[in-house]
Design a protein around this ligand. Structure first.
Ligand code: A2P
Length: 274
């Protein structure tokens, strides 16, 4: 099973992917190899993760035809701006050992710098050049997202922090209204309290599944693109197998109800303010 969703530019994206945030490059090579072996075809990395080379080596060694893979990377904040973005994509492709990425994202909107529209213009050139099949944004404030939408070139995706204790209902609605797919980062809440949650635990038991699988199944059910990170081989397999878990409408509602005011994780909330 490997469900794909349609992007607003006509390309498609595997809904379940594999994330490598906070995974050092050599380890990334091993775990991406494992992820590809269990069936994952969508890998989400970023310039700032420092592991594009490891990801690229795993891809090259896998022998999987390029067109069967979906690779995302992200422009780091320091490289916002027209010329620097054009340079950064070349550097990322070089490290990945690829001719193109499937998706290139502006990592953070950084409204205080006032460069995201200029950067977005460069992204359109990058798309036109074929170096990125699709382009999108990540961690954008509502205002920054609206500004980008107003250019007439609507991002294919918006990647945001999203997990049961922080379900981002408002931003998901804004994305959906604009035909933008929402991607969830730290979908398991970084593997902290959410995996211990009583409601999640009860639902997991009912399905003879693990809490992580229930959370992944919830993301898939509500239409998110999701890429849990793990460096543990059994968990990588388990997370892939979460596609077999089908939640009831009531269970989805129950998990929707777990969101909290203080559910956000590590990142600076100021990054999201206008
Ligand atoms: P590890 O990488 O040591 O296996 P998120 O994607 O929300 O940031 O969560 C990543 C964290 O969740 C990591 O610490 C990872 O641990 C842990 N994790 C990933 N998959 C599972 C799983 N199936 N069961 C328990 N913990 C998991």
């Amino acid at each position: 099973k490997n469900q794909t969703l349609q992007l607003n530019d006509g390309h498609s994206i595997p809904q379940l992917g594999f994330g490598v945030w906070q995974v050092e490059s050599d380890v990334a090579e091993d775990v991406v190899a494992k992820a590809l072996q269990v069936g994952f075809r969508h890998i989400d990395t970023a310039e700032i993760y420092g592991n594009e080379e490891g990801v690229g080596r795993a891809i090259a060694k896998s022998g999987i035809p390029r067109e069967q893979l979906f690779v995302t990377t992200k422009l780091w904040n320091d490289n916002q701006g027209h010329d620097s973005a054009l340079h950064a994509i070349d550097a990322s492709l070089e490290r990945l050992g690829l001719d193109y990425v499937d998706l290139y994202l502006i990592h953070w909107s950084q409204p205080e710098k006032g460069k995201y529209l200029e950067t977005w213009k460069a992204f359109q050139e990058i798309k036109d050049s074929g170096k990125a099949r699709s382009i999108g944004v990540s961690n954008f404030t509502p205002k920054a997202l609206q500004d980008v939408v107003d250019t007439g070139v609507v991002p294919a995706v918006h990647q945001i922090e999203l997990h049961p204790s922080f379900n981002q209902q408002h931003m998901r609605e804004m994305d959906a209204r604009n035909g933008i797919l929402t991607e969830a980062w730290s979908p398991l809440g970084q593997g902290k309290e959410e995996l211990q949650d009583e409601t999640i635990g009860r639902i997991a038991e009912a399905h003879r599944a693990t809490p992580a699988q229930v959370i992944i199944a919830w993301h898939l059910a509500i239409g998110n693109v999701v890429f849990p990170k793990s460096v543990t081989p059994e968990r990588i397999q388990q997370n892939w197998d979460a596609q077999q878990v089908t939640l009831t409408a009531e269970e989805i509602e129950e998990i929707n109800g777990l969101t909290r005011e203080d559910g956000r994780l590590g990142s600076d909330p100021a990054d999201f303010n206008d």
